[in-house]
Design a protein around this ligand. Sequence first.
Ligand code: ZN
Ligand code: ZN
Length: 381
Amino acid sequence: VVTGQPSEIGRRERLQAVVRTKELAALLVQAGENRRYLSGFTGSSGWLVVTSERSALITDGRYWTQVKEQCPGLELVRFIPDEHVSLGKRALLWMQEEGISGQVGFESPIMNVSEHSKLVAEAESLKLAIELVPADNLTEHLRQCKDEGELETMGRAARAADRAFMSALEVFKAGIKERDFCVELEYQMAKHGARKPSFDSIVASGPNGAFPHAGVTDRVIGHGELVTVDFGALVDGYCSDTTRTIWIGELPELEQKVYRAVREAHKRALDAIRPGKLGKEIDKVARDIIIEAGFGEAFKHGLGHGVGLAVHEMPTLRSTSDNVLEMGMIVTVEPGIYLPGQTGCRVEDSVLITKDGVEYVTKSPYQELGQHHPLEIQPMS
Ligand code: ZN
Ligand code: ZN
């Protein structure tokens, strides 16, 4: 994505229309991903104030030049910490200058309690006729369907991760520690263009695989153990998210059964995705297969999630999700089986929802049962 191009202007106009529909006098946008999505600004501090007619970015002197370069056409409101005290107070002063009154929306999952109470007190002392109201997920909703520029960036993030995975497999041997394989994978992602991992990578071997969000330990990887590797690359602000389960040598019967069920659930859920389906319908397809295989209790999380500027974003694919899948969304599908004290397994891809199915964004190959080493994986086409 070339920042500052009309895509951000179009996004702000769409949000302004939402602000109009919700009859908000203004919306305060604090979340970093939302700020970046709407402005193209890559700095780490600043509030965006969006009214039905206009948008303004409030940030401090470290970023003024950057804002001019990255956000042509966006109004910059200068925040001087010694003078204005806080970004929130600067936002209120701007609203006072502009004569804004009425309901002002804020992102309640982002604004903390102390910021909120200060804002209320300051609005009062400035005698502003505004009422702060939660206005959640308005920008997140717009972010669900990706535009062409985003698809291109996410493709690059996924390729960095895919290539890193193949390179890292060179050092995947019995006797290697989880930590050392993780370091190699993250190093390779950086070499292939990632700014950093898009989340804390997971390399979970043997019984460690039974923790869905295991981290990385000094455990030495042995023969015949499933090793869950969950990894992602951050490229130009966008995340990739992939999980592969790999092993060395001959797998015991239980591990084979677990892997077979997860792969089948993964494949069938992906086959079932279409625009118009609900998140919970796709979750059920995968969950039913895992239940049939006798591991129902061991699938301990939802099937998947949207991915983009954030690694976890809307929509969600879980048993309670009424989110309607739409063309242009990128979602993960990641069934897993976790057997405490024994083993665990998860397989995950990020896919673009198309008019009649999906297109894979992540393209790392899978190890197949019968293969004794991940290097027997067929190279990517
Ligand atoms: Zn993942
Ligand atoms: Zn995921």
